[in-house]
Ligand binder design. Structure first.
Ligand SMILES: [Zn+2]
Length: 452
């Protein structure tokens, strides 16, 4: 300020005109104009920063907690992982805790010490250490023995009863620890649970064999809170072909059966996520093309990285995305060592290789985490249980993933896909899409439609 005023004062003092003084007046005017220019540039920059901030706040991934998000991540990968997960905790697509309760405690929820040290991969202390913000509780029961079930899957089995028991177990545990878990039925519920510092708890049914050949059962599972159904487990069923386990099993329907197409239509209409883990390549391809809603792989890795039937091949990955002929989706990477690498080689880096590969083929917005903890006997080195997710995030940070990409991986991507499926269901219902009442055509217990 004083520098700007001085020449003018001097001019008033002297009362006379001289060129030197005019020069200094001219210089002062120039200085003032310069200062003004700088000020307007500073204001313009501040304005842009403000607008960008507002836009970011409006479109930022919804599951991020506010604190700490605007800053840079620390350089140290382990610190960066911690900071990232504080803002964008893990939403795991597949954890088999209910199965552990079934076989370890005969489903007696009262006896299960989740607040102590569990013998397997999951307990509250380790969920907290691993910075888990939510997961799908798999209410899995195994395929029936094919000789018991019969070739058309028509013989009675206990799969629907057992699934109901596993839903009961999951709900019982969620209710037993209300300070830790929060039952979630929608993408909004998940965000809300996380913002309250709780672990959003969703249910997933792992295989069409758990539906008892019935689309009515699908609707009732939805009513009980289930939000994804995997089309198959390791067996074929009335709806679709499975990939089998390590080696592809011979097809039965060559993808989806006609009834399977109907199942997908009803899943879309009610807002049940279509899960393509465990399905054959033909099933996955047909389902992607037929589904109106985005799809998920709740726990699947990349076949190009480790060649087993259960992993997703590049031809299928290339159908995932938002481009022409693609469907939005998220492939949530499975940690099971036999899907990750040759025996004895699975570790944090090889799991990260699967994530990197899926990101390369389908894009970073289409990859997530579906550990399969509690459903796998062994684990990769460095990813022994749910407390170890930060090690994986640190590894990807080391490989150049930025905080937005990592926040998508940890949970933002699956939430986007979930919200997308919810919107499709709303739209279909608003349009008056009829309920699917088709019956499995091989059933003989209900007579063929006749005049009454
Ligand atoms: Zn599985």
């Amino acid at each position: 300020m004083s520098g700007e005023a001085q020449p003018l004062l001097r001019s008033e003092e002297s009362g006379q005109r001289n060129y030197a003084h005019d020069d200094s007046e001219f210089a002062a005017a120039e200085q003032r104009a310069h200062a003004l220019r700088i000020r307007s540039i500073v204001w313009a920059v501040l304005g842009v920063v403000f607008v960008v901030g507002v836009v970011f706040a409006l479109v930022a991934p919804g599951h991020l907690r506010d604190h700490g998000w605007s800053g840079q991540l620390p350089r140290d990968p382990d610190l960066a992982a911690q900071r990232l997960l504080d803002s964008a905790p893990v939403i795991d697509g597949h954890i088999d805790l209910p199965e552990v309760v079934r076989f370890g405690w005969r489903n007696n929820v009262s006896d299960v010490p989740l607040d102590g040290k569990m013998p397997t991969h999951v307990d509250i202390a380790r969920l907290t250490e691993g910075k888990v913000g939510g997961f799908f509780w798999s209410v899995y029961v195994s395929c029936a023995d094919s000789s018991d079930e019969g070739k058309d899957f028509l013989n009675a089995t206990w799969r629907v009863r057992d699934t109901l028991e596993q839903i009961d177990v999951a709900k019982g545990l969620i209710e037993k620890y209300p300070d830790t878990f929060s039952y979630a039925l929608s993408s909004e519920d998940v965000k809300q649970s996380i913002s309250q510092g709780k672990i959003a708890s969703l249910l997933g049914v792992e295989g069409g064999h758990q539906l008892g050949n019935s689309i009515s059962v699908l609707r009732q599972y939805y009513a009980l809170g289930v939000r994804y159904v995997t089309l198959t487990h390791m067996c074929h069923n009335a709806f679709a072909d499975s990939a089998g386990f390590l080696i592809q099993i011979p097809p039965l329907h060559y993808g989806l059966s006609p009834f399977g197409f109907k199942l997908i239509e009803e899943m879309n209409r009610i807002g049940m996520l279509v899960d393509l883990s465990h399905t054959s390549d033909m099933t996955a391809t047909q389902a992607i093309l037929h589904s109106k809603a985005p799809v998920i792989w709740s726990h699947s890795s990349a076949r190009a990285v480790h060649n087993v039937a259960r992993n997703v091949p590049d031809e299928v990955l290339s159908l995932v995305g938002t481009g022409e002929g693609q469907k939005d989706g998220v492939v949530m990477v499975n940690f099971a060592p036999y899907f990750i690498a040759p025996e004895g080689k699975a570790n944090v880096k090889t799991v990260a290789d699967h994530i990197d590969h899926i990101a390369k083929v389908a894009g970073k917005k289409h990859v997530g985490i579906g550990s399969d903890y509690d459903g796998i006997g062994s684990t990769p080195e460095g990813l022994e249980d749910v407390s170890k997710y930060p090690a994986l995030i640190a590894e990807l940070y080391r490989r150049g993933w930025d905080k937005f990409e990592l926040a998508g991986l940890t949970g933002g991507n699956v939430l986007r896909v979930f919200a997308g499926a919810e919107k499709v269901a709303r739209d279909l219902q608003t349009a008056g899409t009829p309920v699917v009442y088709d019956i499995y055509d091989k059933r003989e217990d209900l007579p063929v439609k006749r005049e009454l």
